[in-house]
Design a protein around this ligand. Structure first.
Ligand code: FAD
Ligand code: NA
Length: 389
């Protein structure tokens, strides 16, 4: 083991740290990942029969308003001008999302002006005025009124959580955005797009520096290789981006996560749904949404003979499942505080990324957080400033 810095996990957090350490400081960096590919959850591959780029861990849309992150990611890839839009199917009718004036007018079969629609929704949301929402149902109704809540939010949320919203805490949603105009752009960020030649090419370029060594199929907690925990700790600083509870052998208990199951299907038609993401708002369909990957790249000439879709199902993660979204119950919040204390006491190990923080990070947030950790902790350690302790 002759690396100056060892990074556990080759997701965007680990790759950003590795790239900066190699490029800015000339360090020898070893990245290990237990998967057979780099890039963490942002990884994609070109499906072999159709050549269509498929995001393996759920559809990933890049967006940011952070100038530094935008400049940084453009060092490794160009971005297309893809603009994300989502539709939802309810009672066999398709509506634009997030809820906007188009959704409202279609739903109420009306031609309300922005002011009229706002007055209507305020009136409907007043149903529970003066009461304190006891659960997610009441919260939803108090935010956007019963008709829209029950049509577009209630059953979709029940499927995401596999729990009736009357038994979910009101705190899961703090707001339900309603746009009183026809804007149905999904993201509000200044920059948005998809990597021109695919996610894998972008991620590979981040690891291309000759000082960066990548070791795949290599689990930090398994012995039998030179980068196992027992061989590395104390030899070089470690940036750990795996699950924080796993690092401490679940000493404070499991943190809870939701995971998703993706069922891939290749259909012998050019176009299945006419758009990249269709939500299914109703209870009688078991999946939450369908992704159709060809629509993420209208600029590419994909085959007309086939299309690739993913049906997405949501459920609680168990040991061995991929942890995707932190659930963050009050028990989880108590546990994470204890884990953070343990992490602070760990010699020469820094915890980062979404799994190391038990926090949902969009890609731009993971990259931004890694750039900050590099500036504030790693660079000083190697350039005569404060040491990583
Ligand atoms: P990860 O990408 O999870 O990388 C962590 C890596 O650590 C993994 O490769 C894992 O194999 C490795 N690892 C873990 N334990 C070990 C171990 N013991 N030994 C070795 N390696 C280990 N962001 C967006 O900006 N836009 C989106 O549209 C978007 N959609 C998403 C959809 C889903 C379903 C999910 C789950 C996330 C989405 N994200 C999206 C978020 C994006 O995936 C994260 O921002 C990104 O993954 C964060 O990178 P990371 O490095 O923190 O974690
Ligand atoms: Na420490």
């Amino acid at each position: 083991m002759n690396a100056d810095l060892v990074i556990v996990g080759s997701g965007l957090f680990g790759l950003t740290i590795a790239e900066q350490a190699a490029t800015e400081l000339g360090l020898k960096v070893a990245i290990i990942d237990r998967r057979h590919h780099i890039g963490g959850n942002a990884y994609s591959k070109f499906e072999e029969n159709t050549g269509i780029e498929v995001h393996q861990y759920g559809a990933h849309l890049f967006h940011t308003s952070n100038e530094r992150v935008w400049e940084y990611v453009n060092r490794f890839t160009e971005f297309t001008n893809y603009v994300h839009r989502v539709y939802t199917r309810h009672n066999d009718i398709v509506y634009p999302m997030p809820i906007n004036l188009g959704t409202i007018n279609q739903f109420f079969n009306a031609a309300y002006s922005p002011a009229e629609a706002k007055a209507l929704i305020q009136d409907q949301a007043g149903e529970l005025a003066g009461t304190n929402p006891k659960n997610l149902n009441d919260k939803g109704i108090s935010l956007i009124g019963r008709p829209l809540y029950e049509a577009f939010i209630k059953n979709y949320t029940a499927k995401q959580w596999q729990t009736d919203p009357s038994e979910l805490p009101a705190s899961i949603i703090s707001r339900l955005p309603v746009r009183y105009n026809y804007d149905n752009r999904y993201f509000n960020d200044k920059y948005e797009g998809l990597p021109l030649d695919g996610y894998a090419a972008w991620l590979e370029r981040m690891a291309a520096h000759p000082n960066i060594e990548v070791h795949l199929n290599t689990d930090f907690f398994e012995e039998g290789h030179e980068f196992s925990r027992s061989k590395v700790i104390g030899q070089a600083p470690v940036i750990y981006t795996g699950p924080i509870d796993r690092y401490f052998d679940y000493a404070e208990g499991d943190l809870s996560w939701r995971t998703i199951d993706l069922e891939e299907e290749i259909l012998p038609i050019e176009d299945f749904q006419g758009t990249s993401v269709m939500n299914y708002a109703d209870a009688n369909v078991p999946y939450t949404r369908i992704h159709e990957f060809r629509h993420f790249h209208p600029e590419r000439t994909y085959t007309k003979d086939a299309t690739v879709i993913h049906r997405e199902f949501s459920r609680f993660a168990e040991h061995g499942d991929e942890p995707y979204y932190p659930i963050n119950t009050s028990a989880d919040r108590e546990k994470i505080l204890k884990y953070r204390e343990l992490a602070a006491g760990e010699n020469q190990v820094l915890f980062g990324g979404r799994l190391g923080n038990y926090k949902y990070f969009d890609m731009h947030m993971a990259i931004g957080a890694a750039l900050s950790m590099f500036d504030n902790k790693i660079k000083p350690h190697f350039t005569g400033g404060n040491k990583i302790v």
